[in-house]
Design a protein around this ligand. Structure first.
Ligand code: ADP
Length: 307
């Protein structure tokens, strides 16, 4: 195999209570990439469509993640990468993660899968470090594993794939204002109270238990963030109105997607997820801010080949 065409899913990191540890992959929202083997060593980003992003290998997350893999691979040649962006950078649905994960997953396929998914996560994290100064894994882990993932530990890296109830759908609204991950990290505090911690880890446990047992009500009750959301939500216009309207329309719960500005809601079934989209649209239509809305099943697979 000399070339792969792949779908690189958008991802929702944090999922309310799981700052930097929980994430999920979307099934029908994402970028596509073409990765090719070349005789010339190194990595060349040959084409980017859809967004204005750097072609220089060291400035593109796909290049940086790819170089991290190449360093550990027993391979003398190189790779050429085409990126077709559908996910806007700075949207909060893992634009940089889709490219980082796509690059390393595509290269791994072409090399005959020498690396495990966890190893691919460590390479893709180098791309995330370029994008936001922090090598976080909560987007690249679900982008590579699919479904929900829990990063139980960073040192050593321990990614736990979590089963996803089949009727779980996400609705995401992306207001077209840019919040850079690096900026929305700066406003966070480094400390929280024990009371906040108790609520937060109760919810993380509840969410994971709900996902394992297909308990949609428990999933909904657990979608609460007592630490990050109260601070970050001030950067997102209409945040409280959108999450309240989503729940009124039947969503199990709602919160900030990654570092924002996207807001996500989870619902049981596509029909409710679409009603939630209508409710979100109604609120944002009156703001004068442009926005995109996506409704998607949770992906069972991570980066995957396409025809
Ligand atoms: P997101 O959460 O959507 O990934 P970030 O703010 O974390 O947004 O990352 C976007 C940053 O990464 C931007 O500064 C962008 O220029 C940079 N970047 C470099 N290469 C890529 C790429 N292939 N895809 C997306 N963003 C990239």
């Amino acid at each position: 195999m000399e070339e792969v065409h792949i779908f690189c899913p958008a991802t929702i990191a944090n999922v309310s209570c799981g700052f930097d540890v929980l994430g999920l992959a979307l099934d029908s929202v994402g970028d596509t990439m073409i990765v090719r083997k070349t005789e010339e060593p190194g990595i060349k980003i040959s084409k980017i469509t859809g967004q204005d992003l750097p072609l220089t290998t060291e400035k593109n997350v796909a290049g940086v993640a790819g170089l991290a893999l190449l360093e550990k691979a027993n391979y003398k040649g190189g790779f050429e990468i085409e990126i077709h962006k559908k996910i806007k950078p700075g949207s909060g649905i893992g634009s940089s993660a889709a490219s980082s994960a796509g690059a390393v997953a595509g290269m791994n396929m072409l090399l005959g899968n020498p690396f495990t998914l966890s190893e691919l996560v460590t390479f893709a994290m180098q791309g995330e470090k370029l994008a936001s100064n922090v090598a976080h894994a909560d987007n690249v882990a679900p982008a590579l594993f699919g479904g929900f993932t829990l990063v139980r530990s960073y040192e050593p890296l321990d990614v736990i794939p979590i089963p996803t109830p089949t009727a779980l759908y996400a609705t995401v609204i992306h207001p077209q204002i840019e919040i850079k991950t690096a900026d929305s990290r700066k406003i966070l505090k480094n400390t929280f109270s024990l009371t906040q911690g108790i609520k937060q880890w109760g919810n993380v446990g509840g969410l994971v238990a709900g996902l394992f047992t297909n308990d949609y009500e428990l999933i909904g009750r657990s979608l609460e963030d007592h630490i990050i959301e109260p601070i970050r939500s001030i950067l997102i216009p209409e945040f409280a109105n959108v999450t309240q309207a989503a729940k009124k329309a039947g969503a199990l719960g709602a919160g900030i997607s990654g570092s924002g500005p996207s807001i996500f809601a989870l619902s049981e079934g596509e029909q409710i997820a679409k009603k939630v989209a209508d409710a979100m649209r109604k609120i944002y239509s009156s703001t004068g801010i442009d926005f995109d809305i996506h409704v998607s099943k949770i992906a069972t697979k991570g980066v995957r080949t396409i025809a």
